[in-house]
Write a protein that binds this ligand. Structure first.
Ligand code: PXG
Ligand code: PLP
Length: 437
């Protein structure tokens, strides 16, 4: 690449100075690979950023977006509709658990989370329970970066700079991670269901009648793959039901194939009241998020004169035509290629590859569920340094993975075969073997 001024772009969640001193620049992508500006092929072990399970630049999605771009660029999102938005909402509700009747579009997971929290608060208020305004999140939870999301979220560095400006009336459940009790669990840990009853403690403290909603990731992703202990989500559901509290599953990562089904309820047999999703909704092709809502919630809003606005909320780009075209094409691809089933079928191969790291020097835990996996490394003197080193060296050696501090994270494509896993994990093994020395 010719020398360009990289300074003006303030990159998100990136060490800007280190990056710009030694950029990792991608100019194209196809299938499982990125092409860098110096012409290298880099195998993507993260499906974008959890986004692109069906592969990069899928020809069907490319074609759909191309066609849509030449036909309808934008249509006003308020008081005007275009057919694809209605069609996509219907398709997505069709994949959702029974009872989910409506879909509100946003442009990201963060916006989906904030929309969901607002819908939960408004729902109770309309029902005459305006006092039900407390929101419960969880330590180590990631719910995006808007004010609502960081308030219910539990990632300390994301909250620290804004600690005095977070939403009031929020409390947190403890996270479920415990190395002593759970290290190297395959899939759901046996230990930890009792932590759900911490919600009873919060109910006793605040009184259940004051709690609007509990929001959790069914499998916590961004924090380093925390898999719900056997029985944990069921217990949360039970306590929420006892106290009229809405249960929100933040499925920004888990929805659309990442855990071998359309939504988490297919794996955990627990149905929430509200679901947030994004990422896989368009296979990462165009920014889009959504809030899925149960009929009983939606119906409560449908009062008053039919021309009265029922929810004073919405985004200029809610249901953008290009996003909808990408979303519809992604739904077709998922179905036609059986990608949710492929994802489920590949879990064991992925699990075996990850757990082969057990016993390796410096590996303190391996965790996995569906096609979400983590290898946690013992930190060097400076926490996070080792993970970053492994990430950068893997990229140099032609494999893209992620590190959250010293936890390596993997989010493979749904159709990854044995060669794909071998290339990723052989590289990681070689790099870990040579790191921390
Ligand atoms: N909720 C959850 C559960 C998420 O994982 C968001 C909300 C926010 O979505 P947006 O589209 O606003 O980013 C997320 C996003 C990582 C990583 O490396 C995870 C996310 C985003 C970027 C990187 O784990 N999660
Ligand atoms: N700021 C200003 C000045 C605006 O006019 C708008 C939307 O009209 C927004 C922010 C919100 O933008 P969006 O609807 O894309 O979230």
């Amino acid at each position: 690449m010719t020398k360009k001024n990289l300074d003006p772009f303030w990159m998100p969640f990136t060490g800007n100075r280190a990056f710009k001193a030694s950029p990792r620049m991608v100019v194209a992508a196809d299938g499982h690979y990125y092409t860098t500006d110096d012409g290298r092929q880099v195998l993507d072990g993260f499906s974008g950023l959890w986004t692109t399970g069906a592969g990069h630049c899928h020809p069907k999605i490319v074609e759909a977006v191309r066609a849509q771009a030449g036909k309808l660029d934008y249509s006003a999102a308020f008081q005007l509709g275009h057919p694809q938005a209605f069609e996509l909402a219907d398709r997505v509700c069709g994949l959702a658990p029974e009872g989910f009747s409506n879909c509100f579009f946003t442009n990201s997971g963060s916006e989906a989370v904030d929309s969901a929290l607002k819908i939960a608060l408004a729902y109770h208020r309309i029902g005459g329970e305006g006092h039900r305004n407390r929101l419960i999140g969880r330590e180590r939870g990631y719910h995006g970066v808007n004010f609502g999301g960081i308030s219910v979220g539990g990632i300390a560095p994301n909250r620290k700079m804004f600690s005095t400006s977070l939403l009031p009336n929020v409390d947190h459940l403890p996270h479920t991670h415990n190395l002593e009790k759970q290290a190297f669990s395959k899939g759901q840990p046996q230990w930890g269901a009792h932590l759900a009853s911490e919600l009873n403690r919060l109910v006793a403290l605040h009184d259940g009648s004051n709690i609007a909603a509990v929001i959790v990731e069914p499998v916590a992703g961004s924090t380093g793959i925390l898999v719900p202990p056997v029985g944990y989500l069921q217990e949360l559901r039970k306590i929420c039901d006892q106290h009229g509290i809405l249960l929100i599953f933040d499925e920004v990562i888990t929805a659309f194939g990442r855990i071998g089904g359309a939504f988490a309820s297919e794996r955990f047999d627990v149905v929430p009241d509200i679901i947030t999703c994004a990422k896989g909704l368009t296979n990462g092709f165009v920014p889009m998020g959504a809030v899925l809502i149960k009929e009983k919630i939606f119906e409560r809003f449908m009062q008053g004169p039919p021309n009265a606005i029922e929810l004073f909320h919405g985004y200029t780009y809610s249901g953008h035509p290009l996003a909808c075209a990408a979303g519809l094409a992604a739904m077709d691809v998922f179905k036609e290629e059986g990608l949710f089933e492929q994802s489920r079928a590949n879990e064991k191969m992925f699990e075996a590859a990850l757990h082969s790291f057990k016993g390796m020097d410096g590996v303190v835990d391996v965790r996995n569920f569906g096609l979400m996996g983590a290898i946690e490394l013992a930190p060097s003197e400076q926490p996070g340094e080792r993970g970053y080193e492994v990430f950068t060296e893997c990229f140099r050696q032609g494999v893209f993975i992620r590190n959250g501090m010293d936890t390596l994270q993997f989010s493979p494509f749904f159709d990854g075969d044995e060669d794909y896993y071998t290339q990723i994990f052989d590289t990681v093994r070689k790099v870990i073997g040579g790191s921390g020395k």
